[in-house]
Design a protein around this ligand. Structure first.
Ligand SMILES: CC(C)(COP(=O)(O)OP(=O)(O)OC[C@H]1O[C@@H](n2cnc3c(N)ncnc32)[C@H](O)[C@@H]1OP(=O)(O)O)[C@@H](O)C(=O)NCCC(=O)NCCS
Length: 122
């Protein structure tokens, strides 16, 4: 993934580091086909110990800025569980809007949840 991100103009990976430890990872993944190369799919995760300390927001801002400057990306997409209220609140604060819901798309311990697709035009 790192090699792929490094060799691609419209994909990247950023790390949040504290005390020499990786505490957050953010990615933009894009394909190279003409029809879809303007869309970057965003992924983000912060280590539990460091959640709610502003790292997620900083990484979101950095990834959005990177997309604005790469000269290719004009839309950022992401997908999250509808139950992940914290993540959805963060994405909405960054300007993302819900575009659609896939019902019962994931099943954890026998319980079904919906997925929300969100997008940001940049
Ligand atoms: C979702 C996640 C990336 C957020 O990162 P974070 O570092 O905890 O977020 P921050 O501390 O930067 O908070 C960002 C904003 O979201 C808000 N927020 C966080 N949790 C919230 C909640 N449960 N309800 C409402 N707002 C919430 C914060 O108030 C903050 O807003 P503010 O800056 O205006 O105060 C992180 O919690 C995480 O990695 N969770 C587990 C993995 C995951 O869910 N990844 C996303 C999968 S799609």
């Amino acid at each position: 993934m790192i090699a792929e991100a490094n060799s691609s103009e419209n994909s990247t990976m950023i790390l949040a580091v504290a005390d020499d430890e990786i505490v957050g990872i953010g990615t933009i993944s894009s394909n190279q086909k003409i029809k879809g190369r303007h869309v970057g799919t965003l992924g983000i995760v912060v280590a539990e110990k460091y959640c709610n300390t502003g790292i997620g927001r900083s990484m979101m801002d950095e990834l959005i800025m990177w997309c604005r400057l790469n000269g290719i990306t004009s839309k950022i997409s992401l997908v999250t569980s509808q139950e992940n209220k914290g993540a959805i609140a963060l994405y909405e604060k960054c300007g993302f809007e819900a575009e659609g819901i896939l019902k019962n798309e994931i099943c954890i311990d026998g319980r079904f949840s919906n997925l929300v697709y969100m997008g940001l035009m940049i």
